[in-house]
Structure formats: structure tokens, C-alpha cells
Design a binder for this molecule. Sequence first.
Ligand code: SAM
Ligand SMILES: Nc1c(NC[C@H](O)[C@H](O)[C@H](O)CO)[nH]c(=O)[nH]c1=O
Ligand code: TYR
Ligand code: SF4
Length: 453
Amino acid sequence: MSDASRSPNVPRDEFDFRHRPETDQSFENALAKARDGERLTVDDGVELLTTGTDHERIDPVRKEQVLEAADRRRAEVVGDEVTFVANLNNNVTTACNTGCLFCNFKDRSEKFRSANDEEHGGFTKTPKESRRIVEDALETGIYEVTSVSGLHPAFALDDEHREIMESSERDDLNYRPPAEYDVDPGTYCEQMTAMSVGGVHLHSMTPEEAYHARRGTDWSYEEVYGRLKEAGLNSVPGTAAEILVDEVRAEICPGKIRTDEWLEAMEAAASVGLPMTSTIMYGHVENEMHRVMHLERLRDLQDRTGNVTEFVPLSFIHPDTPLFERGMVSGGATTAEDELMIAVSRLFLDNIDHIQSSWVKYGDEQGLKMLACGADDFMGTILSEEITKRAGGGYGEARSFAEYVEMISAVGRTPVERSTDYEQRRQIDPDDPPFGPELGPQADGTPLVPRRE
Ligand SMILES: C[S@@+](CC[C@H](N)C(=O)[O-])C[C@H]1O[C@@H](n2cnc3c(N)ncnc32)[C@H](O)[C@@H]1O
Ligand SMILES: Nc1c(NC[C@H](O)[C@H](O)[C@H](O)CO)[nH]c(=O)[nH]c1=O
Ligand SMILES: N[C@@H](Cc1ccc(O)cc1)C(=O)O
Ligand code: SF4
């Protein structure tokens, strides 16, 4: 996001965190362990991420040593292929009252009520509209649809869940009947069935959404993910993770589920046989100790489940967010912090094969650089983007296959179209245009060129 020589943009002294980046390890020892492929401790990770807690600032030479070790590890684990997926983002609604301070995607749901004619610029889609959007994208050759949404008060898991909430006396359920809103989002299961059309892979329902889908019941997360799977869900996005340390969650997303519940939901998704991704949203109020504790919780989750297909570092996009507007942070992560986040993820997460570089968060130039810092996946075509755009990000909403092939071959790597779970992979010959997806149910190699507004 910004110049590498700048110190972190976080007024950390203003936060009285119990966990601080202090260790009993040295940078040299940590680097030696990383180079030898030994499993790293949290202290090792903090030494690498800070380039040594004995220095105030990031040391440029030590940083290069960490990036080099991560790049070497990447080559050993996955080779020179760079993967990407032909996918569509279809977010169902921006209505949400959870109030996360890093998020500008949501609009307070009051604004969506029929009784209110306030302008909000947000949206809600009916299941029928969602199906239409996915069907249109299927024709362009997509393999996957990713769908993450605000926690609309009218959402219920299914008809049975709606009946429970309708007849409940409780006033703390964040529930209102669909009839009170301009547009009815239907139930989560109806949305899953609608979007699970024509053989597309449906990647949806974060742990936070799963929590919303069971509110007011004693249903387990296994029950909830089981019903969603029946309705068409194929894999789960590991967002809503943010920083999996509760003292940080209390500052940036006090309305969200806590760390233990997030982990419980992910384990449940795994236990009903759903693959899942994992993320960190970093570069706000947290420090390096929090980042590495987060990595350890994900590594433990993966030791228990084996279902995590990739790790996606999401660099906080600050300009239009409450965290920035309220002066709680003065910017996002620096470029040096971004590079070290990718590299230490590669070195620390010895049980997750794929590290994603997000062009939405980093842009093309820095996104490509991340492929030499430990990353091996370059995300997807997405075709539509609202979360980052609404936070003030400016790297666009889509990438074509031709752009992918050109960028990846320009850095001397091999472009590979993948399925969501990385099981299907297809190398693309850069000398054999035109470039289009072939893995999606209707993909026939026709170039996937997003419509530009
Ligand atoms: C917008 S939510 C949508 C799904 C659902 N409401 C939830 O919270 O799980 C999806 C993810 O977007 C990411 N996100 C939101 N605002 C962001 C920002 N300003 N910068 C980077 N990532 C952001 C967060 O990691 C969040 O968990
Ligand atoms: N990194 C971001 C993603 N990643 C999701 C991928 O495109 C894909 O859905 C996943 O790899 C599973 O196959 N999506 C975004 O919308 N924004 C990002 O920053
Ligand atoms: N949609 C999320 C990113 C994301 C989605 C799905 C994933 O599996 C991983 C990451 C964002 O823009 O921040
Ligand atoms: S991150 Fe998700 S839960 Fe939090 S405010 Fe945004 S949309 Fe709502």
C-alpha cells in the first residue's frame, strides 16, 4: 500500500494489548530454522515478521533473507506453477448491522426497510436474481461462484429456522420478517440452491454467516453446514477470521463471533466434508505477535482437519473505513509488511500448500512481486468486486485470462488454471492464444474478457 521505508502506520501505543511482539528467540536462529524447514514456533515467526525484535524498524537486508527463504520453500512445495481460478463474486446483500470497524461494505439494514426511503447505494438480490447472475457468468466459462454477504436480518437458514425465529419471544435475535424490506433475500438454503446451478462450484457461507444462520437455535455448526451442503454448497471461505486473537477482535469487530467459535464453525464445515480456505485481515491495530498467533491457530486447525486448501493474506484497505475515519489507524500495512506477511505465512504454515496473492488488495505490480515472496496462487477473475472498492481500494473488479497469462509469464512462471480445491489444474501455453477457461462446466476455451463498465 505504501512506501517500504515507512514505519508501521499503527499508533500501537494507544492500544493496551496484553500480547506484544517480544520473544526469547533471535532473528538468526529463527532464520536458520526456517531455512532448514523446521516447524516454527510463534517466537520464531515474530522474529521473522519483524526482521528481529532487537530493531525498531524493518531491516532491508534481513527482509530479503526472509523473502528468499520463503521463495525457496515455495519452489520446493509447489514448484513454478502459478494458479488462478475462473470465478465470479456474487454478493447477495450489503445489509448488515454487525458494525465491524474495518468494513465499509455494509449498510445499516434499517435503510433497506420499505418504510425508509433513505438512499444507501447498497443492494439485496432475490434467489432468482442470484441464479440469473450465475447462469450468465457460467456462459463465460467460470468454474466457481464466491458469495459472501452482509448479515441481513431477514435471512434464515431455511423455513424451519424462520418458523423458530418468527415464533420466538426473544428480541435479541437480529431478525425481522422479509415483508418489512423492499427486497426479500429468501433463506440461505434458497440462495445456495439458486446459485448452485449448471454444475458451478459454490464457495460461500463464512463462519460468521453460519452463526447468523443458526441464531436462536441450539443447532450445531455441523447441522447448519450439513443443510447448506444439501442445498448446494461446495466449499467454505475462511473469511471473518480477521485476527484470531480476542483482544484484537474486541477493538475491530466487537459484534463478531470470538476466535473459539470461528474455529468451531470451521471444524464443523470440515467434518461434513467441505473444503475451505483461510485468511488473515491484517495491517490495522494488531501487532506482529497477534499475526503469528493467528497463523498458529490456523496451522493447528489444519493439523486437525486437513481441509484447508489455501491461505489468503488480506491487507487492510483503509481510506473509507470507520477505523481510519475515527483515527484509530493512520493507514494500512506498508509494502515491506505486506511482503513479510506473505513470506512468513509460507514459512510458518507448513501444512497449507497454497498461499494466495490478492491483486484486489495489492494491485498487479505488487501482486506479481508477491509470487517471488512465497505466494503461488494469484486469486481469480472475480468479475465483480464490492468489499474492497467500498473501502476505498482502486485495483478494479476483474482480470481476463489473457491478462493472467501475460502477467504470470512475464515473471517467468507457468500459468495454470485451477479448480477451487486445486485438484484440477491445467497448464496454459503462453504461445498458444487465445486464452480462455476450460475447467468450468460450460467452459470451452473462449476468452474470458470481463465487461468493463
Ligand atoms: C465483508 S465480509 C462479508 C461476509 C460476512 N459478512 C462476514 O463478515 O463474514 C468478508 C471479509 O471481507 C474482509 N474485509 C472487509 N473489509 C475489508 C477492508 N476494508 N480491507 C480488507 N478486507 C476487508 C474481511 O476479512 C471480512 O471478513
Ligand atoms: N483474495 C481475494 C479473494 N479470493 C478468493 C478467490 O478468488 C477464490 O474465491 C478462492 O481462491 C477460492 O477458489 N476474493 C476476493 O473477493 N477478494 C480478495 O481479496
Ligand atoms: N471476499 C473477500 C476475500 C475472500 C473470499 C473468499 C475466499 O476464499 C478468500 C478470500 C474479500 O474481498 O476480502
Ligand atoms: S465484515 Fe461482514 S459482518 Fe462485519 S460489518 Fe462487514 S459485512 Fe457485516
